[in-house]
Design a protein around this ligand. Structure first.
Ligand SMILES: Cc1cc2nc3c(=O)[nH]c(=O)nc-3n(C[C@H](O)[C@H](O)[C@H](O)COP(=O)(O)O)c2cc1C
Length: 228
């Protein structure tokens, strides 16, 4: 291997790690659209993620139309008072104070983050067997698994461009149905998530994972063996 090739690989590796570290969920966006070319680049990065079947129909619907966005949000949005939000989050009895803080921040923003994002994308996949009744083999979940790999690639690619985002999963099947009807998505296509992308607003909060996760999550040769 020539010196220049090795240098190039090292540079590429460093850029990738920086992008992984830079990626954070953002729910507060600056009022700045994403250029179509940048959006296409980012979404195409998603299509480079592993796929068990290239024909499986990973599809993105970019929702540019402001009225359609409002219609989508109407499908699920219920305004809660601050008190109701706290009561709901407390009913989940979360052990981690960091997670509680994240939900208290995130819940009231589920509609605004989709409305104010520089771009809103509906991430879809084709599920051939019933998703929620998968019992025979985890392979029945392959299409579902790979669409999320695709989302991660999109978020990391976006981070390299200074663009961040958030995913929102439709919480009930009638919400997915409303999304399908609004955007003309066929019935056999599943909606994995809404993906809101944009430039972060100044001071947008982030909720990074607690430090030290790597030190306690990677085992060597045997479950629980941290050093091998
Ligand atoms: C499968 C999945 C579903 C998620 N659903 C939502 C959601 O419905 N609403 C939301 O605001 N964030 C959602 N998130 C974002 C997480 O809350 C976020 O990743 C978490 O707070 C960690 O922050 P980070 O992405 O900056 O590491 C989801 C993330 C994943 C991976």
């Amino acid at each position: 291997m020539t010196r220049s090739v090795r240098d190039r690989e090292e540079t590429i590796a460093l850029d990738a790690y920086q992008a992984f570290r830079a990626r954070r969920t953002i729910r507060d966006f600056a009022p700045r659209p994403i250029e179509r070319a940048a959006l296409a680049r980012i979404l195409e990065a998603g299509l480079l993620a592993p796929t068990h079947d290239p024909q499986n129909g990973r599809r993105f619907v970019v929702v540019d139309d402001a009225a359609a966005r409002v219609q989508l949000v109407r499908a699920f949005w219920r305004e809660r008072t601050r008190e109701e939000t706290t009561t709901l989050v407390d009913s989940w009895q979360l052990e981690s104070p960091e997670q509680r803080a994240m939900y208290l921040d995130a819940l009231p923003k589920q509609a605004s983050m989709l409305l104010s994002a520089g771009a809103l994308v509906i991430v879809c996949f084709r599920q051939l067997e019933p998703l929620l009744e998968a019992k025979a083999s985890l392979h029945q979940l392959d299409a579902f698994a790979e669409v999320w790999m695709c989302v991660e690639s999109i978020l990391v690619a976006a981070a390299t461009e200074g663009i961040f985002g958030v995913t929102k999963v439709p919480s009930a099947s009638d919400e997915s149905q409303r999304v399908r009807r609004t955007l003309g998505i066929p019935d056999e296509v599943e909606v994995a998530c809404y993906l809101a992308l944009g430039y972060p607003a100044a001071g947008a909060p982030t909720f990074p994972p607690p430090p030290g996760e790597a030190g306690s999550s990677i085992y060597y040769n045997r479950w629980g063996e941290l050093r091998g």
